[in-house]
Ligand binder design. Structure first.
Ligand SMILES: C[S@@+](CC[C@H](N)C(=O)[O-])C[C@H]1O[C@@H](n2cnc3c(N)ncnc32)[C@H](O)[C@@H]1O
Length: 408
């Protein structure tokens, strides 16, 4: 086992701290904070970089705290930033975003501000994991498939936590627990089948095999003044508080940079979150490739007079004219095809929701090449105690409604 003492300098995309060996090779260190001296155990060595984890903190950052959840010490890989104070987590996320916008996005002096606050603990309404030898729910050890059973999870909503504590999933290897925090509805999706599952009596249980065979199951959640139907196979934000923070940030960007627009495209619209809130009173087109999410969106947006849904993959969508595009793509970002589609709508404003800083950097560069200037980003802490980053960024087209100044 290779051990060495290193000085960390910054946080990298992915949530590990960066250090350099005397040879110059970069080492990504899990469990460290920037500005620390740590004894590191190297777990993965490549020619150009290595990965390791902290064996001992020699000189601690003032941002370091005792992890609030006991499962961190047991190796649970669910939350990789519990060793950082919450205000430091928020600051580091903003620094990461500003760094990728400068370095990868080519934005000289990016305006990056904090978005609406979201509680870090007891809010997550979806958790995914595996099953331990005793049939109980387990998360996986970091960078491993090994299960770490957890009877309680710091970040999970209490309605989820109860299922983690009481559930028995003997024959399963994949478990997703999903709840409507504000409706009390609960759903468990179990793979490969739901046979032999024991959960509290109100919980709907469905097997991955049943979903593949066309069985439908859903919960409802309340957020941003609406009730959302969310099927087992549809995406929804990690908490209703998170969904509301995103709607507020996207709504603020539209209100600030393109207040009077009429036509809005909601790209990668999921169950219709932005179309059904920011799109109210406007003509809206929602674009989404998941059949289950489109079915939910049709249900959720049934009362909107001017909403149209298109079930298609982004790369095959024939863009319709728009004043604003709100795009909330998967981790890989918009990419060249997506940015071409945004530009082809003729929109004067693109509000991009990114869940991965690396793809934000790439998309910012592509949008700039397509004539969209970055005017500001809000960073939201939707995934407290983790290095996961959620960013709402506004990009103004050359002839768009937006002018210069700070974002928000
Ligand atoms: C991060 S979610 C956002 C959903 C929605 N905006 C929300 O906030 O609830 C991304 C959505 O994009 C959809 N998606 C992923 N890749 C896509 C593609 N290539 N074309 C169209 N939709 C896609 C997913 O099914 C998912 O619903």
């Amino acid at each position: 086992m290779t051990e060495l003492e290193l000085r960390t300098t910054a946080m990298a995309v992915g949530g590990e701290a960066v250090a350099r060996e005397p040879s110059g090779r970069v080492v990504f260190v899990a469990g460290a904070a920037p500005g620390e001296t740590v004894l590191v155990h190297l777990t993965d060595e490549r020619r150009t970089f290595a990965r390791g984890s902290v064996l001992q903190v020699v000189s601690a950052s003032p941002d370091r705290v005792e992890p609030p959840c006991p499962h961190v010490a047991e190796g649970c890989g669910g939350c990789d930033w519990q060793h950082l104070a919450l205000d430091a987590q928020a600051r580091l996320r903003r620094e990461l975003v500003a760094d990728v916008l400068r370095r990868d996005g080519g934005v000289a002096d990016p305006v990056v501000v904090a978005g609406p606050e979201v509680p870090a603990a007891r809010v997550r309404t979806t958790v995914r994991g595996t099953v331990g030898a005793d049939g109980r729910f387990a998360f996986r050890r970091r960078r491993s498939h090994e299960p770490v059973p957890v009877a309680s999870c710091l970040v999970a909503h209490p309605l989820v936590d109860e299922v983690l504590a009481e559930g028995r999933f003997d024959d399963a290897d994949e478990v997703t627990v999903r709840v409507g925090a504000r409706t009390g509805e609960r759903l468990v999706v179990v793979g490969p089948t739901a046979a032999g599952v024991v959960v509290p009596s109100d919980v709907t249980v469905v097997g991955a095999d049943q979903l593949r065979a066309g069985h439908r199951a859903w919960i409802h959640e309340e957020a941003a003044g609406c009730t959302w139907r969310v099927s087992a196979g549809s995406f929804f934000q990690a908490s209703p508080e998170g969904a509301e923070a995103l709607v507020a940030a996207v709504g603020a960007a539209v209100a600030r940079w393109a207040p009077d627009v009429e036509r809005l495209v909601d790209l990668c619209c999921g169950v219709g979150l932005f179309a059904g809130t920011v799109g109210v009173g406007r003509s809206v087109v929602g674009v989404e490739r998941s059949a289950s999410a489109v079915a939910d969106a049709r249900h959720n947006l049934a009362d909107l007079a001017h909403a149209r849904l298109v079930k298609v993959a982004l790369a095959r969508w024939r863009p319709s004219p728009a004043d604003v595009v709100v795009a909330d793509p998967a981790r890989s970002g918009l990419g060249a095809d997506g940015v071409r589609s945004v530009a082809a709508t003729g929109a004067g404003l693109c509000v991009l929701v990114s869940c991965d800083p690396a793809s934000l950097g790439r998309d910012a560069r592509l949008l700039s090449a397509a004539g969209y200037r970055h005017v500001g980003s809000s960073v939201l802490d939707l995934f407290g105690h983790t290095g996961q980053v959620e960013v709402v960024s506004a990009f103004a087209g050359e002839d768009g409604a937006a002018g210069g100044g700070a974002g928000g």
